[in-house]
Ligand binder design. Structure first.
Ligand SMILES: [Zn+2]
Ligand SMILES: [Zn+2]
Length: 235
């Protein structure tokens, strides 16, 4: 199998010029089949400590966190790898709107140290509405979870969580509108006792992750955390 996979990678390298997807600079052979060069990855700005223990937003001393103070129970922790700025933002755009799902390998690389990703947890990608998934050709969160699972040896479960209805795109909504928009939009099965880590590409207000976590807890999950590649800069 490995030989075949290597052959496919080799073929892709032959079909595609060995250039970085984000800056178009040549990618040296020693970086393997990375679609994103080391320099671009090094420019992604990590979300650094101290952060709020629950939502992962930067914390300021003892001040109550403005972002998650009113969150309903269910979701225990969210951690994000980098700020959604500059080429990190470009990477998400390539993933969501341009079909470059293999950019998830570079994203997974910077997510590996996130606290919730411990031995024995199950990665649960946030499902897309079927129509949206058909249009895109894949679920970007599933591709990201697969890359992360392969790198860390964690299992991905796509049979646990599903969308029960399509929701409006969240882009123009306020945090409260987002919560209402996704409330009850998920259902879960086969989750009893599960240590689940939800995986999504971007954290904005947490509304989607909260709704997904609520469904998992209702189905008996033991603990629900979440990780994302990017974190939106302002709310
Ligand atoms: Zn680059
Ligand atoms: Zn918080």
């Amino acid at each position: 199998m490995r030989g075949f996979a290597e052959a496919v990678v080799g073929l892709e390298r032959w079909l595609l010029p060995p250039a970085c997807l984000l800056c178009e600079a040549p990618v040296p052979a020693r970086q393997g089949d990375a679609l994103v060069c080391e320099l671009c990855r090094s420019r992604w700005e990590p979300v650094t400590a101290p952060v709020c223990p629950r939502c992962g937003q930067p914390a300021f001393g003892d001040l109550e966190c403005r972002l998650c103070a009113a969150w309903p129970a269910g979701l225990e922790r969210v951690r994000s790898a980098v700020w959604l700025r500059g080429s990190a933002r470009d990477a998400v755009h390539r993933l969501k709107y341009e079909g470059w799902w293999r950019v998830t390998e570079a994203m997974a690389l910077v997510m590996t140290g996130l606290e919730p990703l411990t031995t024995g947890v199950f990665l649960i990608p946030v499902p897309l509405a079927p129509r949206r998934e058909r249009l895109r050709g894949y679920n970007q969160s599933e591709r990201l979870a697969a890359a992360l699972g392969a790198r860390l040896g964690l299992r991905v479960r796509t049979d646990v969580l599903r969308r029960t209805r399509a929701t409006r795109t969240q882009t123009a909504l306020t945090p409260d509108e987002r919560l209402a928009n996704v409330a009850g939009a998920f259902a879960a099965t086969r989750a009893r006792g599960l240590r689940a880590v939800l995986v999504d590409d971007v954290f904005t207000t947490g509304a989607t992750l909260l709704a997904a976590a609520e469904a998992l807890v209702a189905a008996g999950a033991g603990k629900v955390d979440a990780v994302t590649f990017g974190r939106a800069v302002s709310h």
